[in-house]
Design a binder for this molecule. Structure first.
Ligand SMILES: Nc1ncnc2c1ncn2[C@@H]1O[C@H](COP(=O)(O)OP(=O)(O)OP(=O)(O)O)[C@@H](O)[C@H]1O
Ligand SMILES: [Mg+2]
Length: 263
C-alpha cells in the first residue's frame, strides 16, 4: 500500500506544487512507484507534468464519482483543471464529502509506493479531502514573518481531521521553503519555527532561487536543471525517508545523491 502524503499550506506560493513535483521526481529515481495527485483548480502540478489541457477524466470526475482514479492517471498524475472549483462546490453538499478522496484512492494505492497530493492554497474542503486521504501531512512555509501563524493554521486543520475523521493521520513535519538565509528575517522565521515545533521542522531548507521559475518554464526538474540546488530536495527526500523508516530506499537515494552532486 502506498504511503500517501498531502502537501498543504494556507498561504499561496509556499512551494507546495514544486515540492510535490520534485519529490515525485526524486522518489521515482530511486525506484519508488510514485503517483502525483493534483487537488488544486489552478492545475499547476498538471502543467508541470505536461498533461494536455483537455485530458479526461480528471480529479474532478473522480471526486464526482464519475470516473475511477485508475482511469484518471495520465503519465504519473491525476490532473486537475479549473473545473475542480465547481466540483468542490458540488462536493460540499454531499454526505461523506470529506472522505471522497480517501475512498477514491483506496484501490489505486495498491499499485504505488507513494502517492503525493498537492493542495490548493486554502484549508477548505479540497485540502481536508487530501489530508483525510493521506497517511501523513507535510506543511510548507515560506521564510517570512508570518510563517509561524500559517503553520499553526495548517496544523489546526490536521488536528481537526485527526480528531473527527482520520485518527491515524500523522503530521510529518514542516519544510521551510523558498528561503533566503542571507536575510535576517528568514533566519528569524526559521528559529521561531524550531522553537515552536522542534524536531518537526525539517533540517533541510529549500533555498530560494530564480532557477526554479526558469526550470518550470523549461519543463525541467530542478534536479536536472541545477543539481546544486536540487541537492536541497535530495536532502529533504533523505530526511523524509528517514522519518518514514525506509532505510533501504534511503541508501539508494544516497547513491543517487553521490551521482548527481559530487562532493
Ligand atoms: N525554492 C524556490 N526559490 C524560488 N522560487 C521558487 C522556489 N520554489 C518554487 N518557486 C517558485 O515560486 C512560485 C510558487 O511556487 P509553487 O507553485 O510551488 O508554490 P505553491 O505553494 O504551490 O503555490 P500555490 O499556493 O499558488 O499553489 C512558482 O513560480 C515557483 O516556480
Ligand atoms: Mg500550487
Amino acid at each position: 500500500m502506498a504511503t500517501t502524503i498531502a502537501v498543504l499550506s494556507q498561504k499561496g506560493g509556499t512551494g507546495k506544487t514544486t515540492t510535490v513535483r520534485t519529490l515525485s521526481d526524486v522518489l521515482s529515481r530511486v525506484g519508488l512507484e510514485t503517483l502525483a495527485v493534483d487537488l488544486d483548480p489552478q492545475g499547476n502540478l498538471s502543467d508541470y507534468f505536461d498533461v494536455p489541457a483537455d485530458a479526461e477524466p480528471t480529479v474532478s470526475d473522480v471526486l464526482a464519482g464519475q470516473a475511477k482514479a485508475v482511469d484518471a492517471i495520465h503519465g504519473g498524475i491525476v490532473p486537475a483543471n479549473l473545473g475542480l472549483a465547481e466540483s468542490e462546490l458540488v462536493l460540499s453538499g454531499k454526505m461523506g464529502r470529506e472522505m471522497t478522496m480517501r475512498r477514491a484512492l483506496r484501490e489505486v494505492k495498491r499499485h504505488y509506493d507513494f502517492v503525493l497530493i498537492d493542495c490548493p492554497p486554502s484549508l477548505g474542503l479540497l485540502t481536508v479531502n487530501a489530508v483525510v486521504a493521506a497517511d501523513y501531512a507535510l506543511v510548507t512555509t515560506e521564510a517570512q514573518y508570518f510563517s509561524l501563524q500559517g503553520v499553526e493554521q495548517a496544523l489546526e486543520v490536521i488536528e481537526l481531521a485527526k480528531e473527527n475523521l482520520h485518527p491515524d493521520l500523522e503530521w510529518l513535519g514542516v519544510v521551510m521553503n523558498i528561503a533566503d538565509m542571507r536575510l535576517v528575517h528568514s533566519r528569524e522565521a526559521l528559529s521561531q519555527l524550531r522553537e515552536r515545533f522542534g524536531e518537526k521542522v525539517f533540517d533541510s531548507v529549500i533555498r530560494a532561487s530564480i532557477r526554479y521559475a526558469e526550470s518550470a518554464e523549461r519543463g525541467l526538474s530542478i534536479i536536472d536543471y541545477r543539481p546544486v540546488l536540487g541537492a536541497d530536495y535530495l536532502a529533504l527526500a533523505d530526511e523524509l525517508l528517514g522519518r518514514l523508516g525506509l532505510e533501504a530506499e534511503r541508501e539508494r537515494l544516497g547513491e543517487l545523491r553521490a551521482e548527481l552532486v559530487p562532493a
